[in-house]
Design a protein around this ligand. Structure first.
Ligand SMILES: [Zn+2]
Ligand SMILES: [Zn+2]
Length: 452
């Protein structure tokens, strides 16, 4: 029997789905793979994780398949695309279940020594509507590239448009994993997230995209594409030596001068230099940009090849681009439509101006300046909703206080303010007079005190 390379001698428990990479810089991320796997087996993501993956894990990330436990796991699901115990445990379990041998490249595991976890990945999804639409039209399978999970990546390097972070239909953020997900669709409202009309302002944004944002998307994409070629894990020692060499070559060992070039506090750079702390991904990108070297080369190239001579142009851009500016042209019509649509939303779904600005790739203040009345109406509607929520929370706390007082009394404990507070979901709400009154009434009803 002639077995082709695509066949395995043993059978996998779950389908060995081919990994997707629509172009070299866009390998898939692990949460996307898990979602596709669930869809291929016609089960929900929560069923796949709780029934099939969890029993294969070394550590306990899910005590039981209750809604609360799953929600807590889903809230941490960005960690699956990063590096660390959770990502590694899931990779090993999924490799056993699918007989794939290379799932670590769907995460940042390879970079665990040099990428600080804090701030590395975004909490909720970001996506390029044009990429989604392109894949849909070309009948390509919809997936989520690892590149979109990285906090520093703000634009799609292919279409040079800002990644969207809020659903344009319900204006909510979308978690990486939820009970039921369809890739390319909002898991809150179910609408398709691709959009070919995003193309209209794409042609103008092409000319105005920040070169810093574009460089980041390309250099991080290059790094992800290169990762499978590495023969060993990159080390902190290498990066520290590279920084040491850069400071010596660029500013002749003058740390203050180097920190000025980077527009970074001297103490921070001093910490990198003497090894007391380690730069974040943002700082590594700034250093690479300053040195006119790709992130991949800075983190992996032999030190002997380094010859850092920054140009005056790059110095200017690093300091200037630390504060990101809008990367899209201000289209009054488009902004007005977005604000009016937002205002027409049900009161519990009205987005903030910051959310609208982020979706349009614009500065919030710019929008407020051009449309003060619409923005004011939006703020008012959001405040009304916050007030309704506040009153609902107070009502709930009143019920909790009464329940807590009764429970303590039944246990034979005197219900003091402190002991009751320990049983409340929002102990600080005991400061509101309605909640205090409910507390007094509850104690009075039990004969513990006379009513004031
Ligand atoms: Zn795109
Ligand atoms: Zn939505």
């Amino acid at each position: 029997m002639n077995l082709s390379a695509n066949y395995s001698l043993s059978f996998s428990y779950l389908y060995q789905l081919p990994l997707i990479r629509s172009e070299p810089y866009q390998p898939e991320c692990l949460t996307s793979f898990v979602t596709r796997l669930a869809e291929a087996h016609c089960v929900s993501v929560s069923q796949l994780i709780s029934k099939t993956i969890t029993p294969q894990l070394e550590k306990i990330f899910l005590k039981n398949a209750s809604g609360r436990d799953l929600k807590s796991l889903f809230n941490r699901s960005r960690a699956l695309n990063a590096h660390g115990i959770m990502a590694e445990d899931f990779i090993q379990a999924l490799e056993r279940l699918t007989l794939h041998g290379n799932l670590s490249f769907l995460t940042l595991s390879t970079w665990k020594n040099v990428f600080i976890f804090k701030g590395l990945l975004r909490d909720t999804k970001a996506w390029c509507p044009l990429c989604y639409q392109k894949w849909l039209i070309s009948k390509q399978e919809i997936y989520e590239p690892l590149l979109w999970t990285i906090s520093e990546v703000e634009i799609c390097h292919i279409h040079q448009t800002p990644l969207q972070k809020y659903c344009p239909h319900c204006f909510r953020e979308i978690p990486w994993l939820t009970w039921h997900i369809r890739l390319g669709y909002c898991s809150n409202c179910g609408f398709w997230l691709g959009n070919s009309s995003y193309q209209q302002h794409n042609t103008t944004s092409l000319l105005n995209s920040s070169s810093w944002d574009l460089w980041i998307a390309e250099t991080v994409g290059e790094l992800l594409a290169f990762t499978p070629n590495l023969s060993s894990l990159p080390t902190q020692t290498h990066v520290k030596q590279a920084i040491f060499k850069a400071i010596n070559q660029v500013t002749e060992g003058n740390i203050a001068a180097f920190s000025t070039l980077l527009n970074t506090p001297k103490n921070t750079v001093w910490g990198w230099y003497n090894g007391k702390n380690f730069p974040s991904l943002q700082a590594l990108l700034q250093i690479s940009y300053l040195l006119k070297i790709s992130l991949k080369d800075f983190l992996t190239q032999e030190l002997d090849f380094f010859n850092f001579i920054p140009s005056s142009n790059s110095l200017f851009l690093v300091s200037k681009n630390k504060q990101r500016s809008s990367c899209c042209v201000f289209d009054e019509n488009q902004v007005e439509i977005a604000l009016s649509n937002a205002l027409a939303q049900p009161i519990n779904l009205v987005p903030s101006i910051q959310q609208i600005a982020s979706n349009l790739g614009l500065n919030r203040r710019l929008i407020t300046r051009h449309f003060p009345d619409l923005c004011k109406a939006l703020v008012t509607k959001r405040r009304q909703y916050q007030h309704i929520r506040h009153l609902q929370t107070i009502d709930r706390c009143c019920e909790e206080v009464q329940e807590a007082t009764r429970i303590l009394y039944q246990r034979g404990e005197y219900p003091t303010e402190q002991s009751v507070a320990l049983l409340l979901s929002k102990p600080s709400y005991l400061r509101y007079k309605q909640v205090r009154k409910a507390f007094q009434q509850a104690r009075h009803a039990l004969g513990l005190m006379s009513q004031a």
